[in-house]
Design a protein. Sequence first.
Length: 141
Amino acid sequence: AVTAGLMEQTGLSAFSLAFPERTFDMGVAEQHAVTSAAGLALGGLHPVVAMHAMSVNRAFDQALLDVALHRLPVTLVLDRAGVTGDDGASRNGVWDMSILQMVPGLRIAAPRDGRRLGELFREAVAADGPTAVRFPDGVVD
């Protein structure tokens, strides 16, 4: 798992303790996180990048040129999709779908509930190409 300074906020803390050798925190550098994931994918892995949906614009070039152009198996997991309320207006993830739909070959999943989230996540990790899975903040039943 790769994240951009959001280990706790994206729920990766427990995973990072269990699998420290499989967890990379790039600091607040979404561009670097996605480019690093592309490198891991070129090395034969299928990395998962966990970040906020509102940060997609920061990593757009990398998602387009480093991941999608090469049809790399990278999964973007975007939490806080939609209007997030308590996080404030600057944290609303309302532009990610508009931005990502321009990326050729990228599949976008927006599951309706927790069961579908699990199914679509497993499908994304099994896919040979790039996928973004987006979901809102809070509890997903």
